[in-house]
Design a protein around this ligand. Structure first.
Ligand SMILES: [Zn+2]
Length: 341
């Protein structure tokens, strides 16, 4: 069997479901921790590698929160954002919609205007210096309730940074019903933002219906449980509502028991537009290239099939038509050249 990893590594890609703090690699965390010596996060790479070896999901949450605690100043926000783009450039990611939870930072006392300026400065620099085009999805941390929803909607609509394209909802699904967030999504949509809530990762298909009907979802974060409802799958396929599939994340959070059980094949067979994503890559011990390799194996894809997946992500993105056409043509050129050797 051909090793598809070298092809995937060089393939131009777009990523639609990846979290800002959750993308902090050990290298980035070490830099942040060095700026804040009082933090309990180790700074030397070896100790940090141990720290990043998760024993269980509770440990993941603990590490995630300790990284959140390192984002204390606008300079930290700028550094994290630009360095995440550097990790993306190394994987030939050309475009990413990065999910940012501004509430986590503004609640911790970072000035909201300085926060927006920091991410925007990083976005402009990443495009100029690294060739990575970044856009933002501001998401409500669902576990923080309606106060967080109100604050996130206000920040998104009133301070709307230039790179902001969408509005999301993350955090746990159990005990956090989607419909309560309708007024906040209505405001964001009225302001021209696109709706991309997480749904159906740890709960059943009804949560996905709620995301569609109450939150106006245009894409679904995860949508793993959609395969339990044939009517829902047909609806997603008919209305071309893409799923943001993150296979390794689903195993790490135990949304799916093991990779062989992952329902991505059923989604594709039902005609649903599937995109491949990494969610919180260093925290789940993965990156986007690895997610493509995993998905290629699950779907039994060759190079052309993998290029098709990469094009799905471009088509499902909120990039303008000219930007989409440019990346699609890069993908086609790269694939044709690769296959001609
Ligand atoms: Zn996510």
């Amino acid at each position: 069997m051909t090793d598809l990893r070298p092809f995937i590594a060089g393939l131009p890609k777009a990523e639609l479901h990846v979290h800002h703090v959750g993308s902090a690699s050990p290298r980035i965390v070490a830099e942040l921790a060095a700026n804040h010596p009082d933090s309990k996060v180790p700074t030397d790479p070896e100790a940090l590698a141990d720290y990043f070896t998760f024993t269980d999901f509770a440990h993941f949450v603990e590490v995630y929160l300790s990284v959140v605690d390192l984002i204390r100043t606008p300079e930290d926000v700028r550094l994290l954002t630009f360095e995440v783009a550097r990790d993306m450039a190394r994987q030939n990611i050309r475009y990413a919609e990065l999910t940012i939870t501004p509430f986590s930072s503004t609640r911790r006392g970072i000035d909201e205007k300085a926060f927006m300026a920091a991410i925007e400065d990083a976005r402009v620099a990443a495009e100029r210096e690294l060739g990575v085009v970044l856009r933002w999805c501001f998401d409500i941390p669902g576990e923080a309730g309606l106060e967080a929803a109100e604050e996130t909607a206000r920040l998104a609509v009133d301070l709307r940074p230039e790179g902001l394209v969408s509005f999301g909802l993350g955090g746990p699904e159990i005990g956090v019903p989607r419909p309560q967030f309708k007024p906040y999504f209505d405001r964001a949509i009225a302001a021209g933002l696109r709706s991309v809530p997480h749904a159906g990762e740890t709960t059943g298909p009804q949560t996905i219906w709620d995301a569609l009907n109450d939150l106006g979802a245009e894409r679904i974060g995860h949508g793993t449980s959609s395969v339990r409802d044939p009517k829902l799958l047909a609806h997603l396929a008919e209305h071309r509502i893409p799923l943001e599939v993150c296979p390794t994340s689903n195993i790490a959070t135990r949304a799916v028991t093991d990779l062989e059980q992952h329902p991505v094949k059923e989604m594709v067979s039902a005609g649903v537009l599937v995109t491949v994503n990494s969610d919180d890559p260093p925290m789940f011990g993965t990156d986007l290239n690895n997610e493509y390799a995993v998905t290629a194996r699950l779907l039994d894809l060759d190079e052309r099939g993998i290029a098709g997946l990469a094009k799905n992500a471009v088509q499902a993105s909120f990039l303008d038509p000219a930007g989409k056409a440019r990346i699609v043509s890069e993908i086609d050129t790269y694939t044709a050249e690769w296959l001609s050797h």
